[in-house]
Design a protein around this ligand. Structure first.
Ligand SMILES: Cc1cc2nc3c(=O)[nH]c(=O)nc-3n(C[C@H](O)[C@H](O)[C@H](O)COP(=O)(O)O)c2cc1C
Length: 383
């Protein structure tokens, strides 16, 4: 790196973990697990992002219970038996200089849909029963996410406490699996997001009503998992900062919640949006480059908590400006990393790195050695 190192490649320490740069890999469902167990697909898929130079590789949404999966082939952490498979991946990622994080989630009223390549639609109760799946759809109120989803069961206070405990148990297992970061998935219309939004939460008990009631589940899960998650490991929370629908969860609400989460020991707010229902999928949030960055910027500025920006961040200069401009501390790359798992390493070169230090050792040394040869050949060709 040149002396005036780009902000994107400046290390960052949160609690006891050092991020080698500011680029993380965003959680992305793979639908490649078996009964919640990681497969060789996950080892190669997550492993290649560590080889590609990311600071942190976050897993896909990993279910806290068998019946709360986004899709039948999701990763899970509802059993101690799931730990070794994830640990194998974390060990590989660590060997190649990156941190590993797991996103834990309960998918609530949006449990069980098909992968995108099979249409991405909700599985019908009949289809799920025919598959013999252990499934249920639950939420704050008996209100379906949209026409394609069955009506969820409104959770009782006892059932809510059980789900909070499932998050705690998953956090303990994530620690045993060697994860450095725990991310709580409170976005995209899944269980906690559905409690936050007045569109989906019509309860009149302690978990509904005004903002405090609707935030209660988020707060209880954060408090309980923070207590179970080691002091020296960072806790991230992904929020849908806005529902993107009239009368829904707003950015002002997210600012209030972010402050509460910070006070409870959350370290990073990962700023996403939308997903509550079909209506909000076609939301009034225009999807331009970096469209969610303003959420990360406002929460960071007003609450003073580190933020992760995500969403249509595709270019090195764009990512550099987000971090250098103080809009976010970390930049999560999703689909651009599917296209190029070496996105961070390529970004380092594009922003001025003269060597291949971010490449895996076994490759970088050869690329460094080839560099003067390429330069000479290029000069000769230009003459
Ligand atoms: C294949 C795929 C699966 C995804 N699965 C998850 C997920 O499990 N959890 C989550 O919070 N977001 C998920 N997302 C959203 C991404 O994390 C990210 O926020 C979104 O793709 C926008 O970033 P991008 O424009 O860099 O792709 C998924 C996105 C993709 C493309």
């Amino acid at each position: 790196m040149p002396a005036d190192q780009p902000a994107l490649f400046t290390p960052l320490t949160i609690r006891g973990r050092r991020f080698r740069n500011r680029v993380t890999i965003s959680p992305m469902c793979q639908h490649a697990g078996r009964d919640g167990f990681a497969t060789d697909w996950h080892l190669v898929h997550y492993g290649k992002f560590a080889l590609g130079g990311a600071a942190l590789v976050l897993t896909e949404s990993t279910a806290v219970s068998a019946d709360s999966r986004v899709g039948l082939a999701d990763l899970g952490l509802w059993s101690d038996d799931h730990v070794p498979g994830l640990k194998r991946i974390a060990d590989f990622v660590h060997d190649h200089g990156a941190l590993m994080g797991v996103q834990i989630a309960h998918s609530g009223r949006k449990a069980f849909s098909k992968p995108l390549w099979e249409g991405g639609r909700a599985l019908s109760p009949e289809a799920l029963d025919a598959m013999g799946a252990d499934w249920r759809r639950v939420g704050p109120s008996a209100i379906a996410a949209s026409g394609e989803w069955s009506v969820p069961e409104a959770l009782s206070a006892a059932q809510i406490a059980e789900i909070t405990q499932q998050h705690v148990d998953a956090a303990r297992r994530a620690d045993a699996a060697g994860m450095d970061v725990l991310e709580l998935h409170f976005g995209h219309g899944y269980l906690v997001a559905s409690f936050l939004s007045p569109i989906s939460n019509h309860r009149d008990d302690a978990y509904g009503g005004g903002l405090d009631g609707r935030m209660r589940l988020a707060i209880e899960i954060t408090e309980a998992t923070r207590a179970a998650w080691p002091e020296d490991k960072p806790l991230f929370v992904r929020l849908s900062c806005v529902d993107g629908a009239e009368g829904g969860w707003s950015l002002d609400d997210s600012v209030v919640l972010a402050q509460r989460l910070r006070d409870l020991g959350a370290d990073v707010i990962d700023c996403s949006s939308g997903g509550l229902s079909e209506e909000t999928r076609r939301s009034n949030v225009p999807r331009g480059f970096g469209f969610q960055v303003p959420y990360a910027a406002r929460i960071r500025k007003e609450i003073g908590i580190p933020t992760q920006a995500v969403g249509l961040i595709t270019g090195p200069e764009q990512a550099e400006q987000i971090v250098a401009g103080g809009q976010a501390d970390l930049v999560a790359i999703g689909r651009a990393a599917l296209e190029d798992p070496y996105w961070p390493a390529h970004a380092a070169r594009a922003l001025g790195a003269e060597d291949f230090a971010l490449w895996p050792l076994r490759h970088g040394a050869w690329l460094d050695k080839r560099e003067p040869v390429l330069r000479k050949l290029t000069e000769e060709a230009a003459q």
